[in-house]
Design a protein around this ligand. Structure first.
Ligand code: ATP
Ligand code: MG
Length: 323
């Protein structure tokens, strides 16, 4: 049985890019695999330094995941900082990580260009991510396309470590949904929690509608065919089957299409799609003790696993004086 593992940052509200890029596949994987899923609050510290915000985002992310169907009976689910072993492993791994690898990371460049402070944590993020994966022996890591490069960095670090110190780590594989492109935000850039261009899964319905109504469109006249390589088309396609996509293509090709109408339809579709999970979310948010208990039990199981890999790495590196 393969071990499937992935994390998500509580750097804002979870959005439909996260859902289609990672969450929905994680939820599917729980049926036939050993699943490790965690909320990566250490990572979120690279962009958030407001304690209250981080705390509420973290719990909300956990609630979202459970509401959408993550089953604590089948999954080890925890908050990253409850298993601090990963930070020690981060240091160990940083000593076998070439600077060039980090300097080539495009996510760091994208974020700093967007005005996010260039702190050392943000730069070192790929090493913490490598530790997140290697500390638990993950075989398969479901991620969105934007994380492809980080997964390559993880593999590189693991291989380098194993070459120097012997076979300690499993070399993980990225699992990127081939059919899905990077999901655009309402401005056409990558949808991101930290870019303010996202469509949240569970916000107030009016706010979600408003976001969708402000998706950027071009100024093609009504009586001309419309460009399909646009965020409105791509976002709507996420919710359609093959037949629905073909119909949408035809409507974009046909003169007369009004963007405002398509946006309204998309808003209805998004709200309807996630509607069945709203009640469950509501129930969970009134039952925080239960949510915290799930996370606590998950952390205990995850810590036991992390200790195994961390101790092996320490031994391999000559850091085991006390036995
Ligand atoms: P941040 O802006 O703080 O980096 P984010 O929205 O990029 O937040 P992450 O927590 O970094 O979200 O990523 C969680 C998962 O969601 C990852 O597997 C990532 O690949 C996936 N993901 C994030 N954004 C997208 C997107 N626009 N399209 C597809 N997958 C995405
Ligand atoms: Mg991200």
């Amino acid at each position: 049985m393969k071990r499937v593992l992935s994390g998500i940052q509580p750097s804002g509200q979870l959005h439909i890019g996260n859902y289609f890029g990672m969450m929905s596949r994680m939820i599917q994987y729980q049926e036939e695999n050993e699943l490790f899923c965690f909320i990566v609050d250490y990572h979120a510290l690279t962009t958030i330094n407001d304690r209250k915000k981080l705390e509420s985002n973290t719990l909300n992310a956990a609630i979202d995941f459970l509401a959408l169907g993550l089953d604590p009976q089948k999954v080890i689910f925890w908050i990253q900082s409850d298993v601090p072993q990963v930070t020690e492993l981060t240091w160990l791994l940083s000593t076998v990580t070439n600077m060039g690898l980090l300097e080539r990371a495009t996510s760091y460049k994208d974020k700093t260009i967007r005005g996010i402070a260039a702190n050392a944590g943000l730069f070192n993020y790929p090493i913490l991510m490598a530790a997140d994966i290697l500390c638990f022996g993950g075989d398969i890591v479901p991620v969105g396309k934007d994380q492809k490069q980080h997964l390559e960095i993880t593999r590189d670090i693991a291989q380098r470590f194993n070459n120097i110190y012997g076979d300690v780590f499993v070399i993980p594989e990225a699992d990127i949904n081939k059919s899905s492109q990077l999901i655009p935000g309402i401005d056409g850039q990558k949808m991101s929690k930290s870019y303010g261009n996202d469509i949240p899964i569970f916000d107030d319905e009016k706010k979600i509608q408003k976001r969708i109504m402000s998706i950027t469109t071009d100024s093609t006249p009504i009586d001309e065919p419309k460009d399909k390589n646009t965020p409105l088309f791509q976002l709507y396609s996420l919710f359609l089957d093959e037949k629905g996509k073909q119909e949408l293509r035809d409507r974009f090709d046909e003169p007369g299409l009004k963007y405002g109408e398509v946006k309204k339809e998309l808003a209805e579709t998004v709200l309807e799609y996630f509607h069945p999970y709203r009640d469950k979310r509501e129930e969970l948010s009134k039952n925080l003790d239960y949510v915290k208990q799930v996370l606590k039990e998950g952390a205990a199981k995850a810590a036991a696993e992390a200790d195994t890999y961390l101790n092996e790495a320490r031994r391999a590196m000559g850091l085991n004086y006390s036995g």
